[in-house]
Design a protein around this ligand. Structure first.
Ligand SMILES: Nc1ncnc2c1ncn2[C@@H]1O[C@H](COP(=O)(O)OP(=O)(O)OP(=O)(O)O)[C@@H](O)[C@H]1O
Ligand SMILES: [Mg+2]
Length: 338
């Protein structure tokens, strides 16, 4: 048995919107917002409970996002978050110190990797390994490690669009662009204010995007009534928003995603492009579910596009599969305890 023994380890995907934890034989034991609530600078609660507090806007509590655009903001805060996660998911972190496999953004600098490793170690992990999200997403959609050749994956989450062409188990060309679902939410808020003089929250914008959003104009758009405050009088008012309004509002973000994917394809060596054209691009991450995004990407790069099942879970599933396979050499970083 290697030092990365399956039963003793734990997998962590610290995303911009949600943090997910995988434990062998138990599966995903935690999947909650990457948010802490602070009172007098002390973390009082995390995840879903912290988000509720944030929405109630209690003046004594301050809510903070711990991951912004895929990067840890405050190591101390993330350490406290993880300690509370382990406590909450009782039984996973009792007597033994576990090894961890942590997803990092594709092309993360060594400083970002070190920050993830050190934070996990301070939270009580023993050996910490990291792997790039795009590789983990590819494993998470069911590709075997030996099949990770001539494949293309784009993981589009709340803060990042990570695209990679994978060859011989590693990323041969990749890009990470700071654009994702959160930027779309902000653009929808501005659009609704500009076009309808209505003030709405980013949470309302997110729900609209998820329910009726579209990456392209539709002949039969869906419609939703949205409540907000009138920009001038601040009194409540209701407006109708359609899928086509959302498509207009998020045009810039969709364009940036298309450019990000195209640029990775353009820098792919010719010996891999025909494999990718045959097998297509796989979309993972929550934004993969945005209506019409697959069609727009496919039209833009002229390659078939497939959406993964439960795309937002691809990375944590990949972490689970990767841990099960026990291929230690597959992962890049090891920092041993003294
Ligand atoms: N049906 C949907 N249509 C459009 N967007 C959606 C849909 N469902 C979820 N999303 C968006 O997906 C994003 C969350 O995706 P995911 O969980 O992959 O992000 P993350 O891993 O937390 O972030 P990142 O990987 O960027 O750090 C949110 O912005 C959410 O609004
Ligand atoms: Mg993610």
């Amino acid at each position: 048995m290697g030092i990365f023994s399956f039963s003793r380890n734990i997998g962590i995907d610290m995303g911009t919107s949600r943090t997910r934890l995988y434990v062998p034989y138990r599966g995903v034991v935690f999947d909650e917002p990457s948010i802490v609530a602070l009172e007098k600078k002390e973390v009082v609660c995390i995840g879903g409970a912290a988000k509720e507090m944030m929405e109630r806007a209690n003046p004594r509590t301050e809510a903070r996002e711990i991951v912004i655009c895929g990067a840890i903001q405050d190591e101390g805060m993330v350490e406290q978050y993880l300690r509370k996660v382990f406590k909450q998911s009782n039984g996973i972190f009792t007597f033994i110190r576990r090894d961890a496999l942590v997803g990092v953004s594709t092309g993360a600098t060594s400083m970002q990797q070190r920050s993830a490793i050190q934070t996990c170690r301070r939270a009580g992990m023993r050996h910490v390994f990291t792997e790039e999200n795009a590789i983990l997403a590819a494993l998470g959609v069911g590709m075997h490690k030996d099949e990770l050749h001539g494949r293309m994956v784009a993981d589009i989450g709340a803060g990042l669009t990570e695209t990679a062409v994978i060859s011989l188990g590693g990323a041969s060309s990749s890009s990470t662009v700071r654009v994702g679902g959160n930027d779309m939410d902000r653009s929808i808020v501005s659009y609704v204010e500009r076009q309808h003089q209505l003030l709405i929250s980013e949470g309302t914008a997110r729900r609209m995007k998820e329910q009726i959003g579209s990456a392209m104009q539709l002949v039969s758009p869906k419609e939703l009534k949205v409540k907000g405050g009138d920009a001038r009088t601040k009194l409540p008012r209701v407006v109708r928003i359609t899928s086509n309004d959302i498509a207009d509002a998020i045009q810039k973000e969709v364009g940036m995603i298309l450019d990000a994917v195209a640029s990775v394809f353009q820098s792919t060596p010719p010996e891999l492009t025909s494999d990718i054209i045959d097998r297509g691009l796989i979309l993972t991450g929550g934004v993969a579910k945005l209506h019409g995004l697959d069609t727009e990407i496919s039209k833009h790069i002229n390659v078939p596009v497939q959406i993964a099942d439960e795309p937002e879970h691809a990375v944590i599933r990949g972490i689970g599969r990767s841990m099960q396979s026990g291929h230690l050499n597959f992962h890049k970083w090891v920092i041993r305890s003294k």
